[in-house]
Design a protein around this ligand. Structure first.
Ligand code: SAM
Length: 211
């Protein structure tokens, strides 16, 4: 057994959140013997072999609300991967999850985060080619007929809560202890089990942070 690491900020004793967190710890137990232990956070419908696919909805391997932390012991996880998930968390929730990632990763463990890049969104906003991106061509976004509509959707659409650029992501990762953060290319990594993971062309800010 290991000690429960209940995030005190969200865990009022006896509350529904506390019960949910404890249930998460119980559900996570079956993965603790995996070697290596790899977590895929906010997996959606992308279920990766060899990874514990985690999401709050759908049919993942492990159902968790990631705002309440990671129900794994300290220094027990080898890899964390997440694509297009952190921008769905408010800054405080994102910082808590980064803190948790740092806690559960083994020394030398790596977290790979991919998300839209605020810098390229702002670049597009200022460019005459702002329409030139695949998602805007989708019929559902036929109403996005101006650059102002485009920038509003980027910030507020898809339940986005907080957009990062590279320096912001480095700042937030650094605040929780990640000293070694490297920007990497789409699908590329010096770690063989972190190559070829991205599925979305619009994932254009990708970093690997080493514990
Ligand atoms: C834009 S989707 C990305 C899904 C997948 N990674 C992909 O690239 O197709 C964001 C995912 O994050 C999940 N998510 C958002 N907030 C979450 C939370 N608090 N806890 C767990 N998952 C969350 C959503 O349920 C959703 O599946």
């Amino acid at each position: 057994m290991y000690e429960l690491n209940l995030p005190t900020a969200v865990c009022v004793p006896g509350s529904i959140v506390e019960r949910e967190v404890i249930e998460g710890y119980v559900a996570a137990r079956r993965f603790l013997t995996r070697t290596p232990l790899r977590l895929h956070l906010g997996c959606g419908t992308v279920l990766l072999d060899g990874w514990v696919n985690v999401d709050v909805g759908g049919t993942p391997d492990l159902t968790l609300d990631l705002r309440y932390g990671l129900p794994f012991p300290d220094a027990s996880v080898d890899r964390i991967h997440s694509e297009h998930m952190f921008e769905h968390l408010r800054l405080a929730d994102g910082q808590l999850l980064m803190t948790e990632a740092y806690r559960v990763l083994r020394p030398g463990g790596v977290m790979r985060l991919g998300m839209p890049d605020l810098e390229s969104i702002l670049g597009r906003y200022s460019s005459p080619d702002w329409r030139d991106q695949p998602w805007i061509q989708d019929q559902a976004f036929g109403w996005v007929d101006s650059r102002v509509a485009f920038i509003n959707v980027s910030f507020r659409g898809w339940e986005h809560q907080y957009l990062y650029n590279e320096s912001e992501l480095r700042l937030r990762l650094g605040r929780v202890g990640f000293a070694q953060v490297q920007r990497v290319g789409w699908g590329e990594s010096s770690h063989s089990d972190l190559t070829g993971l991205e599925t979305r062309p619009e994932t254009d800010l990708i970093v690997e942070a080493v514990r």
